[in-house]
Design a protein. Structure first.
Length: 111
């Protein structure tokens, strides 16, 4: 399990992911309301994908609410694309999840 935290006088964001063999999954990403639209979410995703790459992960997955267009745009900027749906996955309110996948490039040898 990987947990990365962004701080700016306190915790302003976090991302949680896990990796097994060559697959990774972003489980949760959150940024406080006052800290949004400052690139914190993107920085956390970028760092987690780098951790995945170093660990030999070659593809990553995640689920996002169908209505969360901002999050979908963020993930698409990292090469994620729609590969499926999970009907009624979310509760309060009930909503479908969009399943996204991205290929992760291999890290070259470290000198």
């Amino acid at each position: 399990m990987h947990v990365l935290v962004a701080e700016d006088g306190g915790i302003v964001g976090y991302v949680v992911g896990r990796a097994l063999l060559d697959q990774g999954e972003i489980l949760n990403l959150g940024v406080t309301l006052p800290a949004r639209r400052r690139g914190i979410g993107a920085a956390l995703v970028r760092r987690l994908l780098a951790v995945f790459s170093t660990a030999g992960v070659r593809e990553a997955f995640l689920e996002v609410r169908e209505s969360n267009f901002a999050a979908q745009r963020l993930y698409q900027s990292f090469g994620f694309h729609d590969v499926g749906r999970r009907s009624r996955y979310y509760r309060r309110p009930v909503e479908d999840a969009v399943i996204l996948r991205a290929a992760i490039p291999a890290v070259g040898p470290v000198a």
